[in-house]
Ligand binder design. Structure first.
Ligand code: HEM
Length: 576
């Protein structure tokens, strides 16, 4: 009997296929070929050939062929994971197309995987949309650079530039920029009501974004951007482009990152990414040229270029610059905006605001002293706690930034192999009731004792998001996972914290923050419901406003006189 593999059998099969193809229409042929490819791919998928292997001894979320769980986690993935964790346990694996991902969903499991294994989970995955389309020139931020020599060089510079000592030396800049921001708000209120009890409703987001953008550009290029007059369009362009890029960095909603077939169909996303890259290159190149030609020694660009031991390329330096401009722009601004939104809530925020104001006065002796001295030290522990609670409660990056393992990780009785992607569900960790009782309540007091001083373990780091300080029980205290933890924790945490601290003190000294007169513009307190872009990596709020009125006219006049030179220099003078 002929074997089905015998030549004569193959030949007749081959001939029948050819004759069928010759007689059928081209459309039918194309459909048949597509169907065969799909069946073959499905077969390969079912045999486990198209995705990395299931990791033994870690629960796996049931998934669909080829796409895995990709379509289930496009919107609000942190909440979806939170729900799955109730059924499958704190740590589970999902499948996103061709990749397997481990997701950690509780305080303890994050601490275990991110701190105990900090030398094994220190890379970032390379993703198609972000790394190959959006960053064709291979200039991407430090936070998205995979581990390696280039990463280490860039990280060294940025860490030195942003360590606690360096940030202390930025006190004057941060103070001046806060003053400008406060008076910019006053000037832009364009409404006499701000001087009276009725107040003015204002959307604060742009103002806090201008504030952190100006600081970043000054530190990086010694460039002062005129956000008030001649360069407002440029500032708005930077905010728009960076914000869009943040959206495109989503680690779950870019399906083409995990399902390669979709790359052929993602024309829209690819062309938007290319457009953003062009627009970003334009302003980044101009700032870089400005810094080079100014030869100013007061900026990161020239600090690096003039370093005789410099061993990094121009593209690596440009990647550091990009990080400096983009990393804090959204994150710092969104946190400040969210904090003010909370304080404007009559039911939940007024009490916190009045304690905060009183504590500022108690800590510095008077409003004027507080204004002058808040740039030097974090004396007001209530404000430190308020910032920590804002960072925790909102968790602006609910899934932090993804990691990739560079070595096998032994986790309980499982081995997570090198090259696996890890997602930290920072939102879940920050709302873990074991460590944060009543996690959905906004309570700065959770970090304080009855005298409103920081609890042991939190107080020796002066505002740092400490990862290594011990509490009474000898454990490591992590106030929140909002800056990440471990080897690739946020390098800008000192800068961001200081910006927020000085801003909040001066802002609260100047303004009473009230509920908006237009009730429809009251901030939604639940960050997930507040989020307008549930498929982005960051929480982006739906529009809300806060109502502002000057707290004390006499104090405002004194400060105006005290800061006169700075305000004139920045054209922030006004009549009243
Ligand atoms: C409130 C403001 C900010 C928040 C909430 C924030 C949050 C984060 C998070 C969650 C990560 C990932 C950490 C991890 O993987 O464990 C990160 C990384 C990073 N952030 Fe921030 N960030 C903020 C402000 C800034 C600022 C102002 C800068 C610098 C100007 C900055 C620079 C960086 C850098 C360089 C990394 C990458 C670290 C690495 O991969 O080694 N961040 N940030």
């Amino acid at each position: 009997m002929d074997s089905i593999f015998s030549n004569s059998h193959n030949e007749s099969l081959h001939n029948s296929i050819i004759s069928f193809l010759n007689t059928s229409s081209p459309l039918t042929n194309a459909l048949l070929i597509l169907l065969s490819v799909a069946i073959l791919y499905l077969g390969a998928d079912i045999s486990g050939l198209t995705c990395t292997e299931v990791i033994k001894n870690i629960p796996s979320i049931p998934s669909y062929p080829i796409v895995g769980n990709a379509f289930q986690v496009i919107y609000n993935p942190s909440i979806r994971y939170f729900e799955w964790a109730k059924e499958y346990g704190d740590v589970f694996q999902i499948r996103l197309g061709i990749k397997r991902v481990i997701v950690a969903n509780s305080y303890d499991s994050i601490k275990d995987l991110w701190i105990r294994n900090c030398n094994s989970n220190n890379s970032r995955p390379v993703l198609h949309t972000f790394h190959k389309v959006l960053s064709k020139s291979a200039i991407y931020t430090i936070g998205t650079t995979p581990f390696g020599e280039s990463y280490k060089k860039k990280k060294k510079y940025v860490s030195t530039h942003l360590n606690k000592r360096s940030v202390d030396s930025f006190s004057k800049l941060i103070g001046d920029e806060t003053t400008c921001a406060v008076f910019r708000v006053l000037l832009n209120s364009k409404n006499e009501q701000i001087y009276g009890r009725k107040g003015v409703d204002m959307d604060m987001l742009k103002f806090v974004q201008y504030f952190s953008l100006r600081i970043s550009l000054k530190l990086t290029y010694d460039y002062t951007i005129d956000v008030d007059y001649s360069e407002r369009n440029l500032a708005d362009e930077i905010i728009y482009v960076e914000n869009w890029i943040t959206r495109m960095r989503s680690h779950t909603s870019n399906l083409q990152d995990f399902i390669p077939l979709l790359r052929w169909l993602s024309f829209d996303k690819n062309s938007k990414a290319e457009e953003l890259r062009r627009r970003r290159d334009e302003y980044m190149d101009k700032f870089f040229e400005y810094a080079q030609s100014s030869k100013s020694k007061n900026c990161l660009v020239n600090e690096v270029l003039l370093d005789p031991e410099r061993n990094i390329s121009i593209n690596e330096l440009k990647s550091i610059c990009l990080t400096m401009v983009s990393a804090g722009l959204d994150n710092t601004g969104l946190n400040l905006d969210y904090c003010l939104g909370h304080l404007s809530n009559a039911e939940k925020g007024y009490r916190i605001q009045s304690i905060a104001y009183q504590e500022i006065l108690n800590s510095y002796g008077s409003a004027f002293n507080a204004w002058k001295n808040c740039t030097e030290e974090f004396s007001c522990e209530y404000i430190v706690a308020l910032i920590r609670e804002t960072l925790r409660h909102m968790t602006v990056l609910p899934l932090s930034l993804p990691r990739e393992t560079t070595k096998d990780i032994h986790y309980h009785n499982a081995i997570i192999p090198k090259g696996t992607i890890l997602f930290m569900n920072a939102y879940a960790g920050n709302h873990d009731p074991k460590y944060f009782p009543e996690p959905n309540n906004f309570m700065p007091e959770r970090y304080l004792n009855s005298n409103l001083k920081l609890l042991d373990g939190y107080n020796n780091q002066n505002g740092r998001n400490c990862v290594n300080c011990n509490n009474n029980t000898g454990g490591t205290i992590i106030p929140s996972f909002s800056f990440g933890v471990g080897s690739r924790m946020c390098s800008g945490n000192h800068l961001a914290f200081k910006e927020m601290y000085v801003f909040l003190i001066r802002f609260l000294l100047m303004f009473q923050v009230n509920a908006p007169l237009d009730e429809n513009l009251t901030m939604e307190l639940d960050p997930i419901k507040l989020n307008e872009k549930p498929d982005s990596i960051a929480i982006e709020p739906k529009l809300y406003k806060v109502n502002l009125s000057i707290r004390d006219l006499e104090f405002m006049e004194n400060i105006k006189k005290h800061e006169e030179k700075l305000l004139i220099k920045n054209s922030l003078v006004f009549k009243k």
